[in-house]
Every structure is written in structure tokens, then in C-alpha cells.
Design a protein around this ligand. Structure first.
Ligand code: ITT
Length: 462
């Protein structure tokens, strides 16, 4: 048992109060247990010196602790005459975390100054700063958009951070000072809502740790971050202002035309129109144009899926459509894996109740199979594969954990969406908007990883 009564995988109570201060463009007070940080985002109408003339903006951060934030008074930097090394390291981390989700080109030549001031420290101040700063930044961008300073919110994804560690031989989430100060292993994890890692800072303080323990800690951190994205979203929704919350599809006018010219065109190897729509919505912001099999003259080609894994089927679909069209093809093979059914229906999700892709019959079969089952845990899995005419293959997997209801709710999406509640949410994919689903779904995660692989490839070629 932890001294504050929490389970090992539980966060401290989190609260984000948006619009906490009057003057900055965006501000919040974030509280994680007894840790309290004020995060503000202020706009400056010029970019960083090294970006002058490039059309790009900059996001930078400063971090400090108030003298009264710690048990013994902390001297102010102004009276010490220099910024302490720890603060410098932390403010760089905060800046990097936020910049990794911002499109600097869409920002234009502006700077956003993020200030994180710890008013009470009880462990996890740097991670709370990042989680709060993201909300302050979004509020500032929203206000900038309402004022016409930017034409769209230049943020690709949500970012949050949390600490994990090994204390008393146990892997634990969100360490307060009492645990942090005696942790055997201590780790800070910064992640995007698409499940990508931005930074992992892990140290074996008392003894080395294994790769297996590291994987467990990362999985726990991901779970914690999922809950934090939900709190961030609630704070942003509670403070709905003039401008809409969702990051939008990119550009208009000239910028859009330019982007279309440069975009990579791929054929989506799918017969499922819902998937096609989701793939388009997710991939177009990455600068990729997705055309249907019909547009590629392959309307009636339905590739037989006889593989035993998502990977095999995904590759087979992409490979066949690439061979027939002579163009780059991308396929998604996906499904629902239910814990109580040892991962079924899995690769057989589309034809769970028979040979047809009958969503209603599939849902009814699953509802009745799980009628007396207490364990409702399940995850959606997607494996996306891109096959090039020159034989190159890129593949990525994405998973979205959650639980299954005992009834169907909502008519958005497709397949098992009306039964499935993603972790960190209270509504099913059938009820959540497509914008939300396309940010957090298994497909969004897989495609976002694929995009990272593409960027890596492009970097190697340069
Ligand atoms: P293609 O093979 O032509 O792409 P399909 O629907 O047959 O279309 P899969 O073989 O990959 O695709 O089967 C995926 C099934 O898994 C799908 O029919 C749903 O039943 C389920 N599924 C996958 N992603 C889903 C999502 O985002 N929401 C709900 N159900 C999903």
C-alpha cells in the first residue's frame, strides 16, 4: 500500500483550472496531488533570432520554483545571480516537448513563451509543467486564431507527461516527493496522444533495471498519460472561447495548393469506406493524398485475407493493390482483441458472425458471448503497411485499449465502435466525434507511427 492510499497504477487527483490568470494569452493552474504549477503562454510578435526570415515561429519555455514552494525556502535565482542547472535542464525539456507537437511553419514568425512556475512542489513538477503547459499553449493559440494572428491552430497532437518508477520493489505511477526521494528507479515519460514517445528520462538510482521493467514502466506511463489527455480535454472544453478547439485539417488557399502539389499520393487498399474516410482524415494533415481503389480503377478488387496475423493480411492487401495499380499502396488490417476471449475475434473481426462483413451481427454475437463476463477489457489493433512499386515496405502497428459495454451506444464510426469505450473516456467510439476517434484510435496511432518512419526514411535519403 502506498502512503497516500493509492494503487500502484493510479494517478494522484489531477485538476487543471484553465484561464487562471488575466493577462497571458493562455494560462492554467495544474494540480497533481500536492504539486501545483501555474503555466502561462504569452505571445511575442517576433520569432527566435535564428528563424528570422524563414516564416517559422518558435515555442520556448522557462521554469522556476517559488521560494515557498519547497519545505525549506528556495533561494531566488535573482539573488543567487544565476539560473540553477536543474531549472535550465527542465525548461529545455518543456520547450522540446511542446515544440515536438507544433508545426512551426503554420505559426508564422511569432514566438510563444511558456512559463511554468511551481508554487508548491511535491514531486513530478516537470511532468505536471508539461501537462499544464500544453493546455495553456492551446488556449493561447485559440486566442491567437480568434484575433486573426494565425489562420489555424498549428498543433498536431496533445502532449502530456508523467513520472513512473520502482519504489519498495514495485513499479508505480506518478511519484510524490516521499516516493521520488527514495525511488530505486526513477523515470519521466513525455508522450503524444497518438502514443508516440517524445522523451524518456530513466535512471537506476539504487540499482540497475532490466529492459522488461522498462517496458512495464512505459506501459504504465502510457496509461497515466491517457488519463491526463482526458483531463486536458475537459479543461479545454470547459474554457471554450471564440475559436474552435479541434486542430483542423491543414491550410487554405495558396498554402493548400502548394501542399497538394507536394503531397505523396497513395492508393488505400480497402473495400471498407469507413476506413477509407478515416485514413484520409488522418493522413491528409501529414501531407499525404489518399485515393480509393475505385479512383485507381480497382473498384471490385477484394483481396482474400487468409493470413493468421494482422501483419500478414495487411502486407498481402497492400502488396496486391500496389501490383495491380503500379502505385504506392497502403492497407490497414485491424480488429478487436477481447481479453476474456483470449484475443478473439482478432483477425477474424470482420467475419466474426459469418462470412459477411455484418457489423450488427458481429456486435450481437459479441454482446451475447460476453453476457456473463465480468472482464470487459479489450483493445483495437491496426497494422498499416505501405508497399512501394520498387519493393520497399514500411509497416507500423497501433493499439487502442479500452473496455466493452453491455449494450450498443451511438451511431458514429463502424464495426464494434458502439460497444467500445477507449481508455480515458466515458463514451463509446460510436458516440465520440470522428475528430476525437481519429486522434486516438488504433488506426491513428499506427498511421502516425508510419508517418514517423517515412520521415526517418526521408532523413536518410537527404
Ligand atoms: P478491408 O479489408 O477491405 O480493408 P475490412 O472491413 O474487411 O476492410 P479488416 O479485414 O481489417 O477490414 O477487418 C477489420 C474489422 O475489424 C472491421 O470490419 C471491424 O469489424 C473491426 N474494426 C477495425 N477497426 C475498427 C474501428 O475503427 N472501429 C470499429 N471496428 C473496427
Amino acid at each position: 500500500m502506498r502512503y497516500d492510499g493509492r494503487e500502484n497504477d493510479q494517478l494522484r487527483p489531477v485538476n487543471i483550472i484553465p484561464g487562471f490568470l488575466m493577462h497571458p494569452a493562455g494560462s492554467v493552474l495544474i494540480q497533481m496531488g500536492n504539486t501545483k504549477v501555474i503555466c502561462t503562454a504569452s505571445v511575442e510578435e517576433k520569432t527566435a533570432a535564428h528563424l528570422k526570415g524563414t516564416g517559422q515561429g518558435w515555442v520556448t519555455a522557462e521554469y522556476a520554483m517559488l521560494p515557498g514552494s519547497t519545505a525549506t525556502r528556495k533561494k531566488r535565482d535573482s539573488s543567487r545571480g544565476k539560473v540553477d542547472g536543474r531549472s535550465t535542464e527542465i525548461q529545455r525539456l518543456i520547450g522540446r516537448a511542446l515544440r515536438s507537437v507544433v508545426d512551426m511553419e503554420k505559426m508564422g514568425e511569432l514566438s510563444l513563451w511558456i512559463d511554468c512556475d511551481v508554487i508548491q512542489a511535491d514531486g513530478g513538477t516537470r511532468t505536471a509543467s508539461i501537462t499544464g503547459a500544453y493546455v495553456a499553449m492551446m488556449l493561447a493559440f485559440r486566442r491567437m486564431k480568434a484575433m486573426g494572428m494565425i489562420s489555424e491552430i498549428p498543433v498536431r497532437n496533445a502532449v502530456a507527461a508523467v513520472s513512473v518508477g520502482i519504489v519498495d520493489g514495485q513499479i508505480r505511477l506518478d511519484l510524490p516527493y516521499e516516493e521520488d526521494s527514495r525511488a530505486e528507479v526513477d523515470m519521466n515519460v513525455v508522450m503524444t496522444e497518438a502514443g508516440e514517445l517524445i522523451e524518456v528520462q530513466g535512471t537506476g538510482e539504487a540499482h540497475p533495471f532490466t529492459r522488461g521493467q522498462m517496458d512495464e514502466m512505459l506501459a504504465l506511463a502510457e496509461k497515466g498519460c491517457m488519463a491526463l489527455y482526458a483531463v486536458q480535454r475537459q479543461a479545454l472544453e470547459a474554457f471554450e472561447e471564440e475559436a474552435p478547439l479541434e486542430a483542423e485539417a491543414p491550410g487554405s488557399g495558396e498554402a493548400k495548393e502548394k501542399q497538394e502539389e507536394e503531397s505523396l499520393t497513395v492508393v488505400a487498399a480497402t473495400q471498407n469506406q469507413h476506413k477509407l474516410k478515416e485514413m484520409r482524415a488522418i493522413m491528409e494533415p501529414f501531407g499525404m493524398k489518399v485515393i480509393s481503389q475505385k479512383e485507381a480503377g480497382l473498384e471490385n478488387v477484394d483481396v482474400e485475407e487468409d493470413g493468421k496475423t494482422f501483419e500478414e493480411n495487411s502486407y498481402k492487401k497492400a502488396r496486391e493493390i500496389m501490383a495491380l495499380s503500379g502505385r504506392i499502396a497502403i492497407a490497414d488490417d485491424s480488429g478487436l482483441a477481447v481479453e476474456a476471449l483470449n484475443g478473439a475475434p482478432g483477425v477474424y473481426s470482420a467475419r466474426f458472425a459469418g462470412t459477411d462483413k455484418d457489423d450488427d451481427a458481429n456486435n450481437q454475437k459479441l454482446l451475447s458471448l460476453l453476457e456473463d463476463e465480468e472482464n470487459r477489457r479489450a483493445k483495437f489493433v491496426s497494422v498499416v503497411t505501405m508497399v512501394y512499386p520498387d519493393g520497399r515496405v514500411l509497416a507500423a502497428r497501433g493499439e487502442c485499449p479500452g473496455h466493452l459495454l453491455r449494450e450498443l451506444r451511438g451511431d458514429q464510426g463502424f464495426g464494434y465502435d458502439p460497444m467500445f469505450v477507449p481508455e480515458g473516456f466515458e463514451e463509446t467510439f460510436g458516440q465520440l466525434s470522428s475528430q476525437v476517434k481519429n486522434r486516438i484510435s488504433h488506426r491513428a496511432r499506427a498511421l502516425s507511427r508510419l508517418e514517423a518512419l517515412l520521415r526517418e526514411e526521408a532523413g536518410k535519403e537527404r
